[in-house]
Ligand binder design. Structure first.
Ligand SMILES: NC(=O)c1ccc[n+]([C@@H]2O[C@H](COP(=O)([O-])OP(=O)(O)OC[C@H]3O[C@@H](n4cnc5c(N)ncnc54)[C@H](OP(=O)(O)O)[C@@H]3O)[C@@H](O)[C@H]2O)c1
Ligand SMILES: *[C@@H]1O[C@H](CO)[C@@H](O)[C@H](O)[C@H]1NC(C)=O
Ligand SMILES: *[C@@H]1O[C@H](CO)[C@@H](O)[C@H](O)[C@H]1NC(C)=O
Ligand SMILES: *[C@@H]1O[C@H](CO)[C@@H](O)[C@H](O)[C@H]1NC(C)=O
Length: 328
């Protein structure tokens, strides 16, 4: 008997099993925590979300807006930021949404942004370090930092530190870092910060930066213990966003195909971060890493190395000139 692949693909058994697989996968994608049934209100509270104009960040900002918070969208593009601002205002029915410009890859921009916030805001209850990029081509910024390290890590480090006093005054307050499961493949090498010894294949650079995110969260949590401010990091899951935009068209097409079945939508991808930012379950929990289904998970052994975290923190303190700022 002759048969061809088209016969197989059209066979009802194939169609039914594919459909079943799709439904099972979809169900698996959902975490147990649902932001829509979480009653927490944020009236009178202020939140900052970096990279809030698209992807996961936009949905995090939208959720916080729906809970009645004053939300500051920290974006690098005025046009893209403004478009998100309009959309979030309309969908949330909350007019207390504001756009402030920051480029997390440039420390001068981060300092300017933080200065403005410190002058304008009376309080800061929630800070979400979400801005990040993957697959950026090799480049050293005008300030001498490797661009992915600057964007994903050093910028968030400086921003968090410059806003920390305001956050402490608003305690109980929460800081959440959007990291990634990719941190497990990262290593710490201080020459990376200046762009040395990096390979730029298979997300190598991104993986390192996401490891630093967790190390810093843990060191920060240690440093602010007892202040009523908590710091946690989170993996959002694999999410359909613009995060692949710096990759080749072929790579993007292959990933989009897989993403169709297995990846979360941006709205679903925002859930674990929103959980860390608002859920009462997380009250008082600090220095921890949450998985994309909102469960408390162990980060890699390197990410939990306290001595390394301290060394890394002190390295960045010098790198950003923060130690001098503090002494003044
Ligand atoms: N998608 C995933 O599967 C996945 C998995 C694990 C972790 N994550 C993490 O989730 C976070 C959000 O990613 P996403 O997937 O939502 O990606 P996305 O759709 O590409 O959004 C990234 C956001 O960060 C902003 N951003 C990038 N570089 C910036 C800079 N130098 N200064 C200020 N803002 C900057 C972007 O602004 P522009 O639009 O102006 O570029 C955009 O708003 C990232 O930290 C990422 O590492 C994502
Ligand atoms: C977030 O990550 C940055 C950079 O890795 C770090 O400096 C900052 O302390 C972290 N904050 C929290 C709350 O984890
Ligand atoms: C690259 O890494 C090697 C070993 O890990 C180290 O000895 C060397 O100093 C690094 N290169 C630079 C330019 O720092
Ligand atoms: C980066 O992490 C991803 C996901 O864990 C992995 O597939 C990839 O191989 C890693 N890249 C390198 C260079 O280790």
């Amino acid at each position: 008997m002759e048969w061809s692949w088209t016969d197989v693909l059209c066979h009802p058994v194939w169609v039914v099993t594919t459909l079943l697989l799709y439904l099972v996968v979809r169900k698996q994608r959902r975490g147990y925590w649902d932001p829509h049934v979480c009653p927490v209100r944020l009236t009178g509270k202020t939140a900052i979300v970096t990279g809030a104009n698209t992807g996961i960040g936009k949905y995090i900002a939208l959720d916080l807006a729906r809970r009645g918070a004053r939300v500051i969208l920290a974006c690098r593009s005025k046009e893209r930021g403004q478009a998100a601002l309009e959309e979030i205002k309309k969908k949330s029915d909350n007019n207390n949404i504001h756009l402030r410009i920051v480029d997390t890859s440039l420390m001068t921009s981060v300092r300017e942004f933080a200065k403005k916030i410190n002058e304008e805001e009376k309080r800061l209850d929630i800070l979400i370090n979400n801005a990040g990029a993957s697959g950026l081509p090799k480049r050293i910024t005008s300030e001498g930092l490797e661009v992915s390290f600057a964007t994903n890590h050093v910028g968030a480090y400086l921003l968090t530190n410059l806003l920390l006093d305001l956050i402490k005054r608003s305690a109980p307050a929460r800081i959440v870092n959007v990291s990634s499961v990719n941190h497990k493949r990262g290593v710490v090498d201080f020459s990376h910060y200046r762009g040395d010894n990096l390979s730029y294949v298979l997300d190598d650079v991104y993986n390192h930066t996401k490891l630093h995110n967790i190390l810093f969260t843990n060191e920060l949590a240690r440093r602010i213990q007892g202040t009523g401010v908590t710091a946690n990091s989170v993996h959002p899951g694999f999410v359909k966003t613009e995060v692949m935009r710096y990759y080749s068209l072929l790579t993007q097409m292959i990933v989009s195909f897989v993403a169709f079945f297995f990846f979360k939508s941006s709205e679903e991808g925002a859930v674990s971060t929103i959980y860390c930012a608002v859920s009462e379950d997380v009250d008082g929990i600090t220095g921890k890493y949450f998985d994309s289904d909102c469960s408390l998970t162990l980060a890699s052994a390197t990410a939990r190395d306290a001595a390394l975290a301290k060394k890394d923190w002190e390295f960045c303190e010098k790198l950003t000139g923060l130690s001098e700022t503090k002494e003044k």
